[in-house]
Design a binder for this molecule. Sequence first.
Ligand code: IMP
Ligand code: MG
Length: 185
Amino acid sequence: MPFYDPKQIEILIDQSALEARIETLGAEITADYRGHGDVVLVGVLKGSFVFLADLARAIDLPVGIDFLGLSSYGNSEQTSGVVQVTQDLTQPVAGKHVIVVEDIVDTGLTMKYLLENLGTRHPASVKVCTLLHKPARARVEVPLDYVGFEIPDQFVIGYGLDYMGRLRNLPFIGVNVGEGPPWEA
Ligand code: IMP
Ligand code: MG
């Protein structure tokens, strides 16, 4: 028996589909940035940590890696619209090519705030790479340069994305189809 209840979780994107898509994204980023100078991947905590780990290894360039902690959700599945910086970058990004790495762009409010914030730090350029995009829920327009998968308007979990703080360690993207939390209390 795994740590979650497989009957309560429907797999939306399996491990091999994730792997294949991330290889392609890595190759695109490599081609786009080769010979362009300093590139730094900025992962948005906590959700992006799994994606960033795999994406970084699919990029054939000497990239820097940093993290920014943002929180817009609390424990609920509804966005509050209020974005809070919970942890700042450890290095300046002035003069560097920044690639923001996100798990998911939903309403776009988090990314809009983040792009405005990063823009004030004088980077050479800023692009966005998100694993998932839910176009149906967009509330603000944000430029997404690299998108792994467009998904329907469902609350997804796994591969970095949490359900009440848990299940970030599921190796696939899934949907909770049960009533309560899909694990044993
Ligand atoms: P946005 O500001 O509405 O675009 O929300 C962005 C953030 O909300 C993401 O970085 C996630 O942390 C969280 N989020 C949005 N949709 C989901 C979901 O389906 N599952 C888990 N977290 C989500
Ligand atoms: Mg996030």
